[in-house]
Design a protein around this ligand. Sequence first.
Ligand code: GLN
Length: 314
Amino acid sequence: MFYCGVRMGQDLQEIIDDIAREMNAAPDRGQVADYIPELGRVDADQFGLFVALADGSTYSAGDADIPFSIQSVSKVFTLALALGKLGHELWSRVGREPSGQPFNSMFLLERENGVPRNPFINSGALVVTDAILEGHKPDAVLGELLRFIREVAEDGDIHIDKSVAASETAHGDRNMALAHFMAAHGNLRNPPALTCGTYFHQCAVEMTCRQLAMAGRFLVAGPGSPSLISPKSVRRINALMLTCGHYDGSGDFAYRVGLPGKSGVGGGILVIVPGRASIAVWSPGLNEQGNSQLGTLAVERLAAKTGWSIFGGI
Ligand code: GLN
């Protein structure tokens, strides 16, 4: 069987069905995030997987059509918008190095004068949102974000779950603290409450695995994938996903999976096989680093069975 020029011993649909079966039977599913109370109500016994190949074919297993909160996976889309608007200027306000710290950490921010390590930790994502917000109203920015996602996903039925946004707003002290701290260093241009409010809504975008994998195709740069941003930006976002997309679990994800990925505390992960495929996996239980426990295991299995890796050698 050939998929995008790669020979596989087993049919791709069979591979992902086997993975879904294994994940459904897995006893240790991790812990659902409950610091955002609305997310704490999600049933941990769910698992979905969707693969969109660059040649246009798609493969679906498990709960791939159940919507979930994309949370930090949204940071990939806002980074794409910010790079389009600001280009290289963005990097004067946020770095490109892994932090080795939890996603909501304050620790390095104090030592490094309010300049976050990278755009995927919360402080860095707040700066990115602040940058695209400058001179605009939150509704306009969120509208642009949704238009971008819907266009690339080829699906108009993608929305923000307002109850999740409200739930995070009511418990957002830590992100507000990060925002205020950066404002004190002059690295936030809008009032902290406005930037945080916009960020909480961007995180509350709700998507299925099918929609997320379809939306991720703009990062594949394969023959049939949509090109909404420059090839240079595609390479750079993938590089940041590999090095920083899983916070202090990024090294482990690169070691186990070998592909760029971005996780969210809703239990979703977007994984890119450059030139070949966009993959979305979802299981709400998280590991200690706040990344989907079974989602990570599932894409580790998928990478091993397909041979997909940016490092080769499997
Ligand atoms: N909205 C979440 C937060 O700021 C996103 C974190 C995540 O998905 N890792 O805490």
